[in-house]
Design a protein around this ligand. Structure first.
Ligand SMILES: Cc1cc2nc3c(=O)[nH]c(=O)nc-3n(C[C@H](O)[C@H](O)[C@H](O)COP(=O)(O)OP(=O)(O)OC[C@H]3O[C@@H](n4cnc5c(N)ncnc54)[C@H](O)[C@@H]3O)c2cc1C
Length: 542
């Protein structure tokens, strides 16, 4: 986390910045200030300080040869900690652009700096050393949403549960909020947000401050799941000016996956969150920029350069677009479902949800790979039993062989075929589940408070308002899947046929789960995102 650079490494950094003296107590970076400067200490000491009201805590001391920063250095987001000179001394100061250029060209320094940045951010998250306090309840959907949003954006936070912590009433009184206002987010000890949207949190924490939204970009990528992040990494690393729009947080559906075991190069598996964090950092290292909690709401397909309307922001314009908006989960056909979403009904099985189910029985609904993984993962956590409910007669048609074997061999998983949920009961939280065995018609009621719905997805294409040709299930048709009739109807204007992954509009590509015929896997999404960039170059050259 705090490596000491060699003299030779410091000498390679020095020409990119300026050496200057620092005085005792001088603030190098203020908490809440956008991180636009990077410091290597060459003499004296700098201390990293966590401030909370009048209280201060020294988190770390940087000595000669050490350097400041974490992953927020790459995005230019505000710092959660203050850095100040402890002793008089000397630093080399670089601005963010110079640092990014250095990271892209010096592989040895890139490895040392990025490793330290990522470990420091992970350390801040593990210690809850943030500038955000979340006051919520484990039984509230809003609390779960905010926890996931902060975690998936790599933002550390402290959490107080209104139902478990007796000191919480004092805190709420101090900020003049009632228990009915939870979840409450307190940003930097000042702004109090009552049940905020993700966008309000992103604004409060300055996630998007460093981005010029008015520029015409080479490439705008819409969606930051694996396919969009791959497009951003390849596009930015090959010199394109890339902006990514993301409705929620980087990682997409993969970010919800507790363990991806079939992604090439990770024999012991990798959590979706870790994969997303690494990909996001990688995209930023190459200079891709990302607007968080800012989704695309409309495509202006009759204009070139293409314009995309952004949720509560100016239109962004680009010479080429990659649509990587993935798909949304299928929901249970149960009348009062929405009452329990996030309060007992979940669409992802990660450590956040698993912590809520310790020692209890849970239900996983679905017969495909995501359901199988969830069942195996939850059975490996501290849950008592996993009831796996499948509408069909068995698993073989829809699930990978290795998962079926694990389910069959795990005594904590009970497979119930030809069975579906017909009722959910509870008050503020799910308490009971009713399911029907369709062969016999028998209905059973069980005291179970946690249901994981893993039923596949529908594409996020509504915002396109049929600007591009879709298939019968509303996935985007691309390349050779576009028939002559499709192209005629779409007024395809060129003599060449659409490139692989190109939609019915020239220069607009679709990749990953949103694309018709896509194989719904992380590897295929990543592959398509990177292949599309090769065709973007051809479009930009023409
Ligand atoms: C629980 C679970 C476990 C899985 N496990 C595995 C596995 O082990 N191995 C495997 O290979 N695959 C797995 N998958 C499938 C895999 O995650 C997907 O195939 C992959 O995530 C698809 O990537 P994508 O980028 O195309 O779409 P997504 O991951 O769906 O990402 C799309 C992104 O676009 C954003 N978005 C949507 N609309 C807009 C808009 N209008 N503007 C801006 N942004 C928008 C979304 O917020 C999202 O972040 C799993 C899926 C789930 C749900």
């Amino acid at each position: 986390m705090f490596p000491i650079l060699t003299r030779a490494q410091i000498e390679r950094i020095a020409p990119h910045g300026r050496r200057r003296q620092i005085q005792r107590g001088e603030i190098l970076i203020e908490a809440g200030e956008q991180i636009t400067r990077f410091f290597v200490v060459t003499a004296g000491e700098a201390e990293v300080v966590r401030r909370s009201g009048a209280k201060e805590e020294i988190v770390a001391v940087e000595r000669a040869g050490q350097f400041t920063g974490d992953t927020h250095m790459l995005s230019g987001r505000p710092s959660v900690l203050q850095i100040r000179a402890k002793e008089p001394g000397e630093v080399i100061e670089l601005d963010r652009e110079r640092l990014l250029a250095l990271i892209q060209t010096d592989s040895e320094l890139s490895e040392i700096l990025l490793r330290a940045f990522i470990l420091r951010r992970a350390g801040l998250i593990a210690e809850g050393f943030g500038d955000v306090l979340l006051v919520g309840s484990n039984h509230s959907q809003g609390t779960l949403r905010i926890k996931e949003f902060l975690t998936r954006n790599g933002h550390p936070y402290s959490y107080i549960d209104v139902e478990r912590d007796s000191a919480v009433q004092d805190l709420l009184t101090r900020f003049r909020v009632g228990v009915k206002d939870v979840p409450v987010v307190i940003c930097r000890g000042e702004n109090v947000l009552r049940n905020p949207t993700n966008r309000q949190i992103a604004d409060c924490l300055g996630f998007n401050e460093a981005i010029d939204q008015t520029e015409i970009r080479d490439l705008v990528v819409i969606g930051a799941g694996p396919s969009g992040l791959a497009a951003a990494v390849y596009g930015a690393s090959e010199g394109l000016d890339v902006l990514v729009l993301e409705t929620n947080a980087p990682g997409g559906q993969a970010g919800l996956s507790s363990r991806i075991e079939n992604y090439l190069g990770f024999p012991t598996g990798i959590s979706g969150q870790d994969l997303a964090t690494a990909a996001y950092t990688q995209a930023q290292k190459f200079g891709a920029q990302m607007l968080i909690a800012r989704g695309a709401t409309k495509l202006m397909c009759d204009q070139t350069p293409y314009a995309v309307a952004v949720d509560s922001g100016p239109r962004v314009r680009a010479r080429a677009l990659i649509i990587a908006t993935g798909a949304e989960y299928r929901r249970l056909a149960v009348e009062n479902l929405s009452r329990f979403e996030g309060a007992g009904v979940y669409y992802g099985a990660t450590f956040v949800e698993a912590q809520l189910c310790g020692g209890e029985e849970v239900v996983v609904v679905g017969g495909a790979n995501s359901a199988g993984q969830a069942a195996v993962f939850l059975a490996g956590q501290s849950v008592k039993r996993v009831h796996m409910l499948v509408r069909g007669e068995g698993l073989t048609k829809s699930m990978s062989r290795y998962l079926i074997r694990r389910i069959e061999e795990n005594p904590a998983i009970v497979l119930r075929t030809c069975t579906e949920i017909v009722g959910l009961e509870g008050n503020d939280h799910l308490r009971r589940v009713r399911w029907r065995e369709n062969r016999s018609g028998n209905i059973e009621t069980h005291d179970i408070g946690h249901v994981f719905v893993m039923l596949g997805a529908i594409p996020n294409t509504r915002w396109l308002d049929r600007c591009v040709v879709l298939d019968e299930k509303e996935f985007i048709k691309t390349g050779p899947d576009l028939s002559a009739e499709d192209l005629r109807a779409a007024h395809w204007p060129l003599t060449r046929a659409p490139y692989l992954l190109e939609t019915s509009l020239p220069g607009i590509f679709a990749v990953g789960d949103v694309r018709s015929g896509n194989i719904k896997r992380v590897a295929s999404a990543v592959g398509e995102g990177s292949i599309a960039v090769a065709f973007v170059h051809q479009v930009l050259r023409s």
